[in-house]
Design a protein around this ligand. Structure first.
Ligand code: PEP
Length: 253
């Protein structure tokens, strides 16, 4: 797959849902509902414990790609409970999230740590999906541009040109994640435009894939995908139900 693949991307962030048995059942059902389509990419981010079950159930469906939700910032060592990027690559993962707002809020992943993780992800040959987005307070205080700029620059300025070209991005307004509140397509388009110009300012690829994330569901996927600059979606809640995620992935079909 080329780095500049511009097919729409549908990504499922399962978070702490779907253990091995549930993951196997999900994939079994999803495969029946979703036939491979050459004009889109579908990527799943299951919890680590469900990676093997996901791979076993999706074995002959290489169009269902595997990603992981997080890695440690070190290559290895005495870090109880942690998983390295190279282990994730060894397990068959192709992608890894970085900077998800739940990691920033619950686990203290700050800009510096996220930059270190992205470095490890790239060094292991995985493709990072760098998540950025503002809280409601930041938006209401008129700080959208400043927050996006800081989050992007913290990572991009530490990377080589070659590595910067391997990044995929997700714009996820924190106030829309898991809340049922979705950004209006015009707000998503505006924020994606800001993300794109900040990427350019920080030396990244202006035409990179930028996903929208925040309460995406079958009822709003079409209008969000039609918004200028939205290249795909990162879906949480609606991605753990095979029917709803298959409906999302079938958008535009
Ligand atoms: C997410 O976790 O990235 C997300 C967008 O969640 P939800 O779709 O549930 O808002």
């Amino acid at each position: 797959m080329s780095e500049n693949d511009r097919r729409p991307m549908f990504a499922a962030n399962w978070k702490m849902h779907l253990g091995p048995a549930d993951a196997e059942a999900f994939v079994g059902r999803f495969r029946d509902l979703y036939a491979p389509r050459g004009d889109a990419r579908v990527v799943f981010f299951p919890p680590y414990l469900s990676v093997a079950a996901f791979l076993a159930a999706s074995g002959d469906r290489p169009d269902l790609e595997l990603g992981v939700q997080d890695v440690h910032q070190e290559e290895g060592g005495a870090h109880t409970g942690a998983v390295s990027a190279s282990m994730a690559a060894q397990s068959g993962a192709l992608w890894c999230l970085a900077g998800h707002s739940e990691r920033r809020r619950e686990f203290g992943d700050d800009d510096e740590l996220i930059a270190a993780k992205v470095g490890r992800i790239l060094a292991a040959g995985l493709r990072p999906v760098l998540c950025v987005g503002e809280t409601l307070g930041e938006r209401e205080a008129g700080r959208l541009e400043e927050v996006l700029s800081r989050q992007l620059a913290a990572v991009l300025t530490r990377l080589s040109d070659e590595d910067r070209a391997r990044l995929t991005y997700a714009y996820e307004p924190v106030w829309a994640i898991g809340t049922g509140r979705t950004a209006a397509p015009s707000d998503a388009a505006e924020a994606h435009g800001l993300v794109r110009s900040e990427i350019g300012r920080a030396g990244g690829v202006v035409g990179a894939t930028i996903l929208y994330g925040g309460s995406v569901k079958p009822g709003n996927i079409d209008e969000l995908l039609a918004a200028p600059g939205v290249d795909g979606v990162l879906v949480g809640g609606a991605s753990v139900d095979p029917e709803s995620f298959a409906a999302i992935c079938s958008s535009g079909r």
